[in-house]
Ligand binder design. Sequence first.
Ligand code: UD1
Ligand code: CA
Length: 461
Amino acid sequence: MQDNCAVILAAGDGKRMKSKKPKVLCEVLFTPMLAWVIASCEQAELTNLCVVTGNGADQVEAFLEGNYRTVLQSERRGTGHAVMMAREYLREFAGGNVLVLCGDAPFMDAGTIQSALEVHTRQNNAVTVITAELDEPGGYGRILRNDSGIAGIVEQKDADEDQLLIREVNSGTYWFKTDDLLAVLEELTCDNAQGEYYLTDTVALLLNKGKKAGAYCADNSDVILGANDRKTLCELNEIARDRILEAHMANGVEFVTTDGVVIAPSVQIGAGTTILPGTILRGYTEIGENCVIGPNTLLEDTFVGDDTVLNAVQAYQSKVHSQVKIGPFTHLRPGSEIKSHVKIGDFVEVKNSVIGEGTAVAHLTYVGDSDVGKNVNFGCGTVTVNYDGVNKFRTQIGDDAFIGCNTNLVAPVKVGNGAYTAAGSTVTKDVPDGALAIARSKQENKEGFAERKLRDRKKKV
Ligand code: UD1
Ligand code: CA
C-alpha cells in the first residue's frame, strides 16, 4: 500500500473529559486512544500517517516524538476543515487512497480497515464509508441508502424524523481516492445546523460529480465507539479489558476471576500462567509460561521468564528470569535484573541492581545500585547505603557471600566471594574473599547494673 496514506483527525478538545490532556491522549487500558488508532493503521500496513492536531497540539507532538507528520488546525471548524489542513500532505499521495479516521475512536481495527479497502477498490469507489448498525444510533451521522449504494450522510442535528430512525451510522472512518477527496474539499460549505465544514458532505458532492460512493458495514459495531467524557472512556476500558482477557484465555492463560485484573494491549503472557485478582500489567510487559502472577501485582515494562511466582509485587522496567519467587510486598524499581532461582521476600526493595542466580534476599532489605553474585544470602534488614546526598555509588557482592542481619554496606564497597559480614556491621571498607568483616562496637556487660537501678527506684516510692 505504497501510495496509500492515512489522516487521523485529532484536533478535538475533549472539554467534557475535564482533562488537561487533549482528548486523543486520554487512555484506554493505559494506552492513549491515538496510540490505538496508529497501531491499527500500522497493522493494516499503513505507514504514511498524518495527524491533524489542534487543542494541546504540543502534547500530541510530544507523544508522537516526530515519528509521524502533523498539521495544525488552529481553529476547530469541523471534520471537513480538519482534512483541509492536510491538503499539502494529501497531494504527496496523489493517485492513491487515503484513509481518514478519528483519533478518539480506538477500536477501529486493521481487519475492518483492510476489508473496507477491498470493497473500495473492487467497487471503484471515490469514497467508501465504514458504517455500523446500532440499536441506538443517537448522536451519529445516519447513512442514506439508495439502490446503487449510498446517497449521503446526514448528521443527527440536521436529520428529519424519518432519517433519525435509520440505524446504520457513520463510523467517522472513510477510504477516499485521494484525488477525488482533494477535488471536493474546496466545495464544502458550513451551511448546516452546526455551522461546520462537514467531511460527511463530501459523499453527496462526489455523487453529484458522477463518482461512486459505497459503504462497508463493520461486523462488530464496537469499531465506531469513541469517548467523549469520563463515563464513556470507562466504558471503553471495560470493553477493551474484557476483549483482551478473553484473548489471553484463548491462549491458555488462567484467571480464577477477572476481578481487578487490567492488562494493557501490549502485554504478552505465556500459556499455563495464572493471573490472580488485583493484577495490573502494562507497558511492554512479557510473561513466560507457568508463572503465577498476583494477587495484587503491578508490572510495567517488565520481562518475566517461566515458572516464576510474583505475589504482591510492584515491578517497573525490570527483568525477572525463570523459577524466581518474589513477594509478598516487594518493590522492583527500574533497572533491576533478578536471575533465575532467586528468592526475594517481604518488604524488600531492589533498584538498578543485578541479583545473581540462587541468591536469597528474604526480608526487610534495600538493594540499590548493586551487583550481587550467585548464591548470596542476605540477612534480614540489610541496607546498601548507595547515596551520600549528592552522588550514588555501587555495591559489589561476590558469589556465596553471607551478609549478616542488619548490615549497612556503605558504597562504594566490595564484599568478596564467600565473604561474611557480622550482624549489625556498618561496612565501609572492602571485604576480601573468604574474610569475615566485623564492623560494630564490642559488647560490654555491666554486672549487677539492673539490680542497683531497681533498688534506687523502689526507694523513691
Ligand atoms: C462525526 C461525523 C458523524 C459520525 C461521527 C462518528 C461529521 C460531520 N460527522 O461526528 O457522521 O457519525 O463522527 O464518531 O464528520 N475533529 C477535528 N477538527 C474539527 C472537528 C473534529 O480534528 O474541527 C476531530 C475530532 O477530534 C474527532 C473527529 O474529528 O477525532 C470527529 O469529530 P467529532 O466532533 O467527534 O464529530 P462528530 O460530531 O461526533
Ligand atoms: Ca464524536
